[in-house]
Design a protein. Structure first.
Length: 79
């Protein structure tokens, strides 16, 4: 059975849990027959030097762009 889909992209310092679990979206979507897609939008596990030094950049950030600096080249968040 096909159902409507809602995509949610977390913002800065948020994870999928903020929307899905903490806000109760999963429960409400189930009641309404909506599928939720909420990927973790922060790059993780790349081991780039300095990726955990700041709360607003690196593994905690949720920017939807591709990196343009060689050091961050594997952070391809747009495509």
């Amino acid at each position: 059975k096909k159902v409507p889909v809602l995509y949610y992209l977390s913002g800065l310092t948020c994870t999928d849990e903020n929307f899905i679990q903490k806000a109760g979206a999963q429960r409400k979507a189930a009641e309404m027959g909506i599928a939720l897609v909420a990927p973790d939008t922060s790059p993780r596990g790349l081991g780039v030097d300095g990726e955990s030094e700041s709360w607003d950049f690196g593994v905690g950030a949720g920017f939807y762009v591709n990196a343009t600096v060689d050091k961050w080249k594997n952070w391809r968040m747009y495509d």
